[in-house]
Design a protein around this ligand. Structure first.
Ligand code: FES
Length: 107
C-alpha cells in the first residue's frame, strides 16, 4: 500500500507498506518526521495525529463520536474534521495512494 505523508512545510514522504499495517507504522518504519506514536499504537497518546486529505476522508472515515480516538483528539492541537490518529488507520488496498498531512506539532 502506498501512502504519502505531507509535512507542514510541504515536503512529501512517499512510503510503501504491507496491507494490514497502520499509518503510524508506515510513518515510523520509514522515519517520516512529525509522527511520534509514543504509546505504541494503543490509542492512548494522540502523538500520531494526522489530517486525512479531504479527497480521502470518505474512504478512511471520520472520527466516530464518543470513540476513544475522538476523546483523545479533543486534547490535540489543531484538530479538524479530517483529524485521525494514524495508529487507528489500518491500511489496505482500498487506501492505496492515501494522502496524509502531518501537523506542525503533536501537542
Ligand atoms: Fe498513541 Fe496513536 S500512537 S494514539
Amino acid at each position: 500500500v502506498k501512502v504519502t505523508f505531507v509535512a507542514h512545510d510541504g515536503r512529501r514522504f512517499p512510503v510503501e507498506i504491507a496491507s494490514g499495517m497502520t499509518a503510524r507504522e508506515a510513518a515510523l518504519f520509514n522515519d517520516v518526521p512529525g509522527i511520534d506514536g509514543d504509546c505504541g499504537g494503543q490509542c492512548a497518546c494522540a502523538t500520531c495525529h494526522v489530517h486525512v486529505d479531504p479527497t480521502w476522508i470518505d474512504r478512511v472515515g471520520c472520527l466516530s463520536d464518543g470513540s476513544m480516538e475522538a476523546d483523545l483528539l479533543q486534547f490535540a492541537e489543531g484538530t479538524t474534521e479530517e483529524s485521525r490518529l494514524a495508529c487507528q488507520i489500518t491500511l489496505d488496498d482500498r487506501l492505496d495512494g492515501l494522502l496524509l498531512h502531518v501537523p506542525e506539532q503533536q501537542y
